[in-house]
Design a protein around this ligand. Structure first.
Ligand code: R1P
Ligand code: URA
Length: 331
């Protein structure tokens, strides 16, 4: 069975569940919010941007950064976690920006997105843009054609763009490089499209040109169910393939247009697309997977890498809000 993506009229979030209307109360259990216990339209009705990412600390830092970028921050202020009553996810606000953690992997982001999308629906939010700001493994190589002394042209792959590059996803693909997300519903496989908003991706790429100190590119993002075997790593507790097989797989991924690998983008693209949210995925590559599997950069370097998608999204939000160039505040 295949479902199609559809943007709703009026810019409202689209929940596609007829049962919701007959429920007296909707408890968003993992967010510790609900329609009877909280005035969701008053709390969230003016939200225009939702940013999600795996780690609660990253999403708190992003909200603090956005508050400074939007001129909202008080000196030394502590931001309250809106979901403090639940220890599953963390949620922070910076003016019209909501920043939420989603944990690791498709099941975790999927639960958060069901509740977040219902929250935006109950709050009557309109014209919301949602962006995943994450980390990934890079496949950011260039094909180099050489003509050695033999006179025969050869094509080789060389590391082209260093770790720390930012990839804006045009299409999320599964581990067979297909633009689909398969969800088992009542024992049947439902296939969902994983197309993301192309205009939004281009708008983000244009914003990235304001930020000169790291490279940004558009490409496919491969989403896997695992960090180790699922991403062709040789360093997990289990591994049944050779280094040659790993490289052959990653090169096939590259040839199919994949430029980075992470663990949530297909579910994110599918759920957001079906519910009428304009969505983007922007992930920094922590390493070049052609060169290795282990993430060896220092904590300081990794923290700075994680800030790169955040800086790009801050520039984008500032531009959308008509606030001019970003980057005046320090992380
Ligand atoms: O940096 P975040 O958002 O957590 O995402 C990436 O990092 C995790 C693996 O380390 C996976 O969840 C992957 O998608
Ligand atoms: O290699 C990597 C790095 C971050 N996240 C992933 O899913 N894979």
């Amino acid at each position: 069975m295949t479902e199609t993506t559809g943007y709703s009229g009026g810019g409202f979030v689209h929940v596609k569940n007829p049962h919701l209307d007959s429920m007296e109360e909707d408890i968003l259990y993992h967010l510790d919010l609900g329609t009877k216990t909280h005035n969701l339209p008053a709390m969230f009705g003016d939200i225009k941007f939702v940013c999600v990412g795996g780690s609660p600390n990253r999403m708190r830092a992003f909200a603090q950064f956005m508050r400074r970028e939007l001129g909202l921050a008080g000196a030394g202020e502590e931001l309250p976690d809106i979901c403090a009553g639940s220890d599953r996810y963390a949620m922070y606000r910076a003016g019209p920006v909501l920043s939420i953690s989603h944990g690791m992997g498709i099941p975790s982001i999927s639960i958060m997105l069901h509740e977040l999308i219902k929250l935006l629906h109950h709050a009557k939010c309109r014209d919301v843009t949602i962006i995943r700001i994450g980390t990934s493994g890079g496949l950011v190589w260039q094909q180099v054609t050489g003509v050695p002394s033999s006179g025969l042209a050869s094509v080789s792959l060389c590391p082209g763009i260093e770790a720390g590059s930012v990839v804006i996803t045009d299409t999320a693909v599964d581990s067979s490089f297909q633009p689909r997300f398969e969800q088992v519903v009542l024992g049947e496989v439902v296939v969902r499209s994983t197309e993301l908003d192309k205009d939004l991706a281009e708008e983000l790429l244009a914003c990235s040109r304001e930020i000169a100190d790291f490279p940004t590119l558009i490409g496919h993002t491969m989403c896997t169910y695992d960090f180790y075997e699922g991403q062709g790593r040789l360093d997990g507790a289990l591994c049944s393939f050779s280094s040659e097989k790993k490289l052959e797989y990653l090169r096939r991924a590259y040839d199919a247009g994949v430029r980075n690998i992470e663990m949530e983008s297909t579910a994110f693209a599918a759920l957001c697309g079906l519910c009428g949210l304009k969505a983007a995925v922007v992930c920094v590559a922590l390493l070049d997977r052609l060169e290795g599997d282990q993430i060896r950069a220092s904590h300081e370097v990794l923290w700075e890498y994680q800030q790169r998608p955040q800086r790009l999204i801050a520039a984008f939000i500032r531009q959308r809000l008509g606030l001019g160039p970003a980057g005046r505040s320090q992380h």
